[in-house]
Design a protein around this ligand. Structure first.
Ligand code: KG4
Ligand code: ZN
Length: 406
């Protein structure tokens, strides 16, 4: 790394993760620090906005300081600009990041970038993770399956053969335009990504986000928070056929998602299984008991049934969107993109010519590397707009260049 290289400082505080990162202009993640508040919110079974914003105030500045120290004593001369999540997210949480970023940019005379959190998630597959052993993406090329080294233009081997594997070896990043599926705690959205930070929405959830459904399913079974990783782990040990759930809005003519009915169906089944009569609602083994504690096998099977239904609907709609768009790349991002069942099922799809990309695990859940990485592709705010920047809890996608806003 040349001593002259400069870094974008990213700041992310939209929900319950306080995060900062340094990313260079080639998308290399130099440092990526996330202080999760999950333990703080676990006892409430979900994020408490007031508690989260207070924790961001305490954590953010010391976290930036210690990251710059740990990254080898990076000083402000090396910082090209400051990038911060403007929205969407929890307003009190966003405010801490935005006001801190404004103050730092003003104090050190740096340009300020206001970044859309969802557009940043979509940029995650273009980043090179910090450590070489993290540097891979799961990728599908036609019928081949390969976890390949993440090769960028500057480091790629020359294209030598025509086999799918060789094709995989020279694919650097997803092509534009491509279809993006954002799956997180707050969003389940399909978009066409025309360029970095340039998206056209195609469909979204009509009620709960898929991550929210994971969290609620975990909560009704008393499994802990955040529920996604726990349900994912238990589902891997369960039988997805033991409990059948109806895939919501699976009709071919609807691209929108819905997860609240699925979540409620799981909750109703849990309630029935907990009934003192011991009826088991269809798994074939003994169900609930008077104490309301479900047997482990039942919990694993319920997780597997819920997860299989959610994955089925996510992937079938995404593949339909890819087909309709004429694109050949599908990018899956957001916290739920770290789901191993989703990755495994995606890697088993047999859709000729479609390539499915997932960011490295460290870049799926909320982080500031994606904020800093996207900022390199976008214009900073004008000097006067900088100090007037406000967070926006329901920030919309940036209108496409060349189209009328609104
Ligand atoms: O993107 P993210 O970190 O924050 C938001 O912007 O919402 O996503 C958090 C969500 C939570 O709902 C969490 O339960 C879910 O992502 N999640 C998972 C997994 N890891 C995190 N859901 C399913 N499987 C996982 N392995
Ligand atoms: Zn997120």
């Amino acid at each position: 790394m040349s001593p002259q290289s400069s870094y974008m400082l990213g700041i992310e505080t939209s929900c319950d993760e306080t995060a900062c990162a340094l990313v260079d202009r080639d998308g290399r993640v130099i440092a990526n620090v996330v202080a999760s508040q999950a333990d703080l919110h676990a006892k409430f079974g979900g994020v408490v906005p007031e508690v989260a914003s207070r924790k961001h105030i305490e954590t953010l500045l010391p976290l930036i300081d210690s990251m710059m120290q740990r990254a080898g004593g990076v000083d402000w001369d090396r910082i090209e600009g400051v990038a911060v999540t403007q929205g969407p997210g929890l307003i009190g949480c966003l405010m801490i990041g935005v006001e801190t970023a404004k103050a730092l940019a003003w104090r050190y005379g740096k340009p300020l970038h206001a970044i859309n959190h969802l557009e940043a998630h979509l940029h995650a597959p273009y980043l090179l993770p910090e450590r070489a052993d993290q540097a891979h993406l799961l990728i599908e090329v036609g019928e081949s399956k390969a976890a390949i080294p993440f090769a960028r233009e500057d480091s790629a081997a020359p294209h030598e053969a025509d086999s799918p594997q060789a094709e995989a070896a020279v694919i650097k990043t997803p092509e534009f335009p491509h279809v993006g599926l954002i799956v997180s705690g707050g969003h389940t959205t399909l978009v066409v990504v025309e360029a970095p930070g340039q998206c056209r929405p195609l469909a979204a959830t009509r009620d709960d986000a898929v991550g929210e459904a994971y969290d609620k399913v975990a909560r009704v079974m008393g499994l802990g928070y955040p529920g996604g990783p726990i349900v994912d782990r238990l589902a891997a040990e369960g039988d997805p056929a033991a409990f059948k759930f109806t895939a919501p809005l699976k009709r071919r003519d609807v691209l929108d998602f819905s997860f609240s009915g699925l979540k409620s169906a799981v909750a109703r089944r849990v309630e029935a299984l907990r009934g003192a009569d011991g009826s088991n609602g269809g798994s074939g083994s003994s169900g609930g008991n008077a104490s309301g504690v479900l047997p482990e096998k039942i919990v694993r099977d319920l997780c597997a049934g819920f997860q299989a239904t959610a994955i089925d609907v996510l992937l079938s709609k995404s593949m339909r969107a890819v087909g309709a768009s004429g694109a050949r790349d599908l990018v899956v991002v957001g916290g739920v993109a770290s789901n191993r069942g989703l990755r495994r099922t995606a890697s088993g799809l047999r859709a000729a010519g479609v390539r499915i990309w997932f960011p490295h695990f460290s870049l799926c859940t909320d982080n500031a590397a994606m904020i800093a990485g996207l900022a390199w592709h976008l214009k900073p705010l004008e000097a006067e707009a900088m100090l007037r920047l406000d967070p926006d809890a329901s920030l919309k996608f940036t209108p496409l260049k060349g189209t009328v806003a609104g």
